[in-house]
Ligand binder design. Structure first.
Ligand SMILES: [Zn+2]
Length: 59
């Protein structure tokens, strides 16, 4: 089975969007409260700590 080029790109975009909308654990207060604030800035909604991380994924 041949996987179309366009399909794999769409799949990557879909995964990136899902990751960018997910909440991540805050390294400072350890609560699941880190959300993407802008392209590579992530902010904890509980303690307001800001982190620079990946564009679509908090690491
Ligand atoms: Zn926090």
């Amino acid at each position: 089975m041949v996987v179309g080029y366009g399909k794999s790109i769409r799949e990557k975009v879909r995964t990136a969007v899902l990751k960018s909308k997910a909440r991540y654990q805050c390294p400072k207060c350890s609560r699941m409260a880190v959300k993407r604030a802008s392209s590579a800035i992530w902010q904890c909604i509980k303690c307001n700590a800001r982190f620079a991380s990946g564009t679509y994924e908090f690491k």
